[in-house]
Design a protein around this ligand. Structure first.
Ligand code: XIL
Length: 324
């Protein structure tokens, strides 16, 4: 394969999905963004379009327009589609926060939501992040409207309800598992128990937003190995590599490339078969909006720059994928 091969071609040759989280607006409006997503990646994830808030403008209505734009794009161009996410403690609709509900109502509401959304897409979505961020750093369950209404059982119920309506692979997704041992142990115990009891979980997603500090690739690979030994698939679902202002390396692009190379190499060796950066290019990265108020971080976390030109990290990832 020539050194000019795209990331998509390299990933396919290696048998790895290499994806990006997409946003509907730039996909519609920015041809550079569209082209880069189309030619360089094998997989797409919805960044916010399938979250409950954006999806449900009022209690009785759904608006699938933006989610469909991304799912249709992925389906049309033969990409794997990851749906993110059915259950999360945040990005809920405003009207929902104000609604005064009983435990039974929460249960019925969540069941309807999951069945409607996962059922609607069926096989058009290959993998779902069913539950996002259900466990705290100290290993305790995160308080949320779901937890308060249904107790810890809400997690397994979410997997069961999704499984009733779709054959997609069902993932539990969370951050900091390689760096927070108590959290990793709690997620491990939770999923091991699910597997023992036949709760339908297929995999675990490691977010890996390296914003300000990055997890050691060897620690990530160990975490991958540990969950794979349980019998689960492990995907790297939300990669970012950004530096804190004041501790930016001398050559940030080279350091970023080295980190991406080491991480991809270590994790593919450990059996990861799906890796997703949390965005296509630096100009549309969520870090830009989300951390705007703080201005603490550099906002160039991805493989393509603001003009969608490839960065050293892009070539480094291709190199790592070329090694056997
Ligand atoms: C982010 C989106 O990219 C932003 O557009 C939104 O404003 C906030 O959420 N972990 C997750 C993702 O699981 O859903 C988050 O996505 C980033 C952190």
């Amino acid at each position: 394969m020539s050194s000019e091969a795209t990331l998509r071609e390299r990933a396919k040759a290696r048998g790895i999905e290499f994806g990006a989280a997409l946003s509907a607006d730039p996909l519609r409006e920015d041809s550079n963004y569209w082209n880069t997503a189309r030619t360089e990646f094998t997989s797409v994830t919805t960044s916010s379009e399938l979250k409950m808030g954006p999806l449900r403008p009022s209690r009785k209505t759904y608006d699938f327009t933006d989610a469909d734009a991304i799912v249709d794009f992925g389906n049309e161009y033969d990409m794997t589609v990851r749906g993110h996410t059915l259950v999360w403690h945040t990005q809920k609709p405003d009207w929902f926060q104000e609604w005064d509900y009983s435990g039974d109502q929460v249960r019925e509401f969540l069941r309807d939501h999951i069945r409607t959304v996962a059922g609607r897409y069926g096989t058009r979505i290959d993998a779902w992040d069913v539950v996002n961020e259900g466990v705290h750093e100290d290993g305790s369950m995160r308080e949320s409207v779901w937890y308060e209404g249904m107790g810890p059982e809400y997690i397994e119920k979410a997997f069961e309800w999704a499984d009733e309506v779709t054959d997609s692979d069902l993932f539990y997704n969370d951050y900091d598992l390689p760096t927070e041992p108590e959290k990793a142990d709690a997620v491990y115990d939770l999923l091991a128990d699910f597997l023992d009891r036949g709760v339908p979980v297929d995999g675990v997603g490691l977010q890996l937003h390296g914003i300000g500090s990055q997890a050691d690739p060897e620690d990530v690979a160990e975490t991958v190995q540990r969950f794979r030994d349980l019998g689960l698939d492990v995907h790297l679902t939300e990669l970012d590599v950004a530096y804190e202002v004041g501790s930016v390396p001398d050559d940030p692009l080279a350091a970023q490339a080295e980190y991406y190379r080491d991480l991809v190499r270590a994790c593919v060796d450990a059996g990861v078969d799906s890796i997703t950066t949390w965005g296509v290019n630096d100009g549309n990265s969520w870090v830009r909006d989300f951390y705007k108020a703080e201005e603490r971080f550099t906002i160039d976390p991805l493989l393509f720059d603001r003009k969608c030109d490839p960065k050293p990290a892009y070539y480094a990832v291709k190199e790592a994928l070329a090694e056997e």
